[in-house]
Design a protein around this ligand. Sequence first.
Ligand code: SF4
Length: 220
Amino acid sequence: MTDYIPVSGVVACHICPRRYYFERAEEHEESPRYTVCKQVSAHLGELLEPESVWQEILCILPDAPPETRDFFDECIAACRETAWQTPVQTDLAVESDRLGIRGRVDKVFPDNTFAVTRSSAAPKAGAYGTDRLRVACYTACLTETLGRPVAGGYVEYVANGVCRFVEPQPRDRREMVRAIRAAKRVIAGDLPPRPIRAPCDGCPHFERCMAGPRRLSDLF
Ligand code: SF4
């Protein structure tokens, strides 16, 4: 199978398939916030040496804006308060032939669970719907890639030093199947209708979305 849908695309379609239609061909720059969280996360479960982690961040992001250091210090302080598992593998490429999706799992643990790293602040309890969907997708991918059952995965909210386990439920898998179907239609060239409760506030595609072009090729 060659036309795998990235897990990020499945999540984007869950939020608004129409926005995914507009953005699919665009390059997305990594945010400094994500760079910090990803690099701090890489050292969780071992002795945290802030200055050496910070030097790694500067190596990855030489032009980090000044406020990045403050955010980094907050992450380090928050993460010191939590006990973290040590992964057996990081950044593992995984895919599901059955669903036609693929992605990269941030961490895999010895008990076949895994973790995804997020740069958003944690919700009061549990995980955001989009993160539950991510975990459902990666659970399916990792189960097929490893060839053994995977119960679920952790969401690491590095900014708060919080780690939450998500065991996907039927409703999460239903959302996943629905979003994959929507992504397949977008990839086939269909412009999806505007969802009834679409998150349009601040959407950069508002104008052309309301103008309602029929095909991506109509936009150029
Ligand atoms: S304006 Fe609203 S419906 Fe249109 S792409 Fe953006 S979020 Fe989706």
